[in-house]
Design a protein around this ligand. Structure first.
Ligand code: PBG
Length: 326
């Protein structure tokens, strides 16, 4: 009845807990994903993601200013084009919305933050898949690589500093790296969405980008059942030259994140996706959970599992909150 080993000693007060905390989050570890839409005059709310909007170029610039002021580490841009077609022509057109947004924001803010772009075709294709299709309607891996190469060069030329390869095509990192180098963009970095799972948690994002997908992405995104395969994907991307590897979604895949963090010799990131955001906001709106505590707890857990940085729609709010407590 008189234990000498008492772990509670280190939990007895807020200052003691703060002193022994193993995980801390710095605003620079947070990256804000942003949607920039073509053909809108003012920001358009995304109903499946309360608090998030499709931006105009001007509202995007104001948001990036806020992110910089809060100390957020970078912004990841997604384009929402007005017109889509079978090969996603808007993706590599220099005047396509994503490339225009990257140029506009990189020129203004490229010396203060890291302007990043999503490199995938799904926002630009009328069928909504992340690649081009064969006559039989299947996603053609190797033809898609050619599209990614063109997109990569266009994004680098626009001024994007870090390309987020989120399409899950085999060989995409090596192929894009070679295309960038051949075009003189050796300094443009690659963030590989290495272990990206076919997740129901992307649902709210599909509204955010006006996705036209019917069916699913299970022939290219990973099966949630597979842990070892996530590690394999990351190891392949490292061998292909990824500068950063990422696991996505975050909260339901912390085991995969920890596995990747244990072996990677580059930064390891995680993406707290639209569904992770929407579930918390919805439960909070109903008064069912403590929103602020849950957001902080979720980010802490993702970093504790091994993420060096996190893409999160709460990036600005969290950075401001951390700043206010520091
Ligand atoms: C693909 C892409 C998706 C997300 C990021 N990049 C959608 C998908 O794979 O279906 C989802 C992000 C989120 O849900 O927040 N371009």
């Amino acid at each position: 009845m008189n234990p000498t080993l008492r772990p509670r000693r280190l939990r007895q007060s807020a200052p003691m807990r703060r002193l022994v905390a193993e995980t801390r989050i710095h605003p620079a570890q947070l990256v804000l994903p942003m949607f920039v839409a073509e053909g809108i005059d003012e920001p358009k709310p995304i109903s499946s993601m309360p608090g998030q909007v499709q931006h105009t170029l001007d509202s995007a610039a104001r948001e990036v200013e806020r992110a910089i002021a809060a100390g957020v580490g970078g912004v990841m841009l997604f384009g929402v084009p007005e017109h889509k077609d079978a090969v996603g022509s808007g993706a590599d057109a220099p005047d396509g919305i994503l490339n225009r947004a990257a140029a506009f924001l990189a020129e203004r803010f490229g010396d203060q933050t890291v302007v990043q772009t999503d490199l995938c075709l799904d926002e630009f294709t009328d069928h909504g898949h992340c690649g081009v299709l064969t006559a039989a309607g299947e996603v053609d891996n190797d033809l898609t690589l050619e599209r990614y190469a063109a997109m990569a060069v266009a994004q680098a030329e626009a001024g994007s500093q870090l390309l987020g390869l989120s399409g899950m095509m085999d060989g995409q990192v090596a192929h894009v790296r070679a295309a960038l180098d051949a075009a003189g963009h050796e300094t443009t970095a690659i963030l590989a969405y290495s272990a990206k799972y076919a997740s129901a948690l992307y649902g709210p994002f599909r509204e955010a980008v006006d996705s036209s997908l019917t069916g699913d992405r299970k022939t290219y995104q990973q099966d949630p059942a597979n842990r070892r395969e996530g590690l394999r994907e990351a190891i392949l991307d490292l061998a292909e030259g990824a500068d950063i590897v990422m696991v996505k979604p975050a909260s339901l895949y912390l085991d995969v994140l920890a596995d990747v963090a244990a072996v990677a010799d580059v930064p390891v990131w995680a993406y707290q996706v639209s569904g992770e955001y929407a579930m918390v906001e919805a439960a909070a709106a109903n008064g069912w959970i403590d929103r602020d505590r849950l957001i902080a707890e979720s980010l802490t857990s993702i970093v504790r599992a091994g993420a060096d940085a996190v893409l999160t729609y709460w990036a600005i709010e969290q950075a401001e909150w951390i700043g206010a407590r520091a």
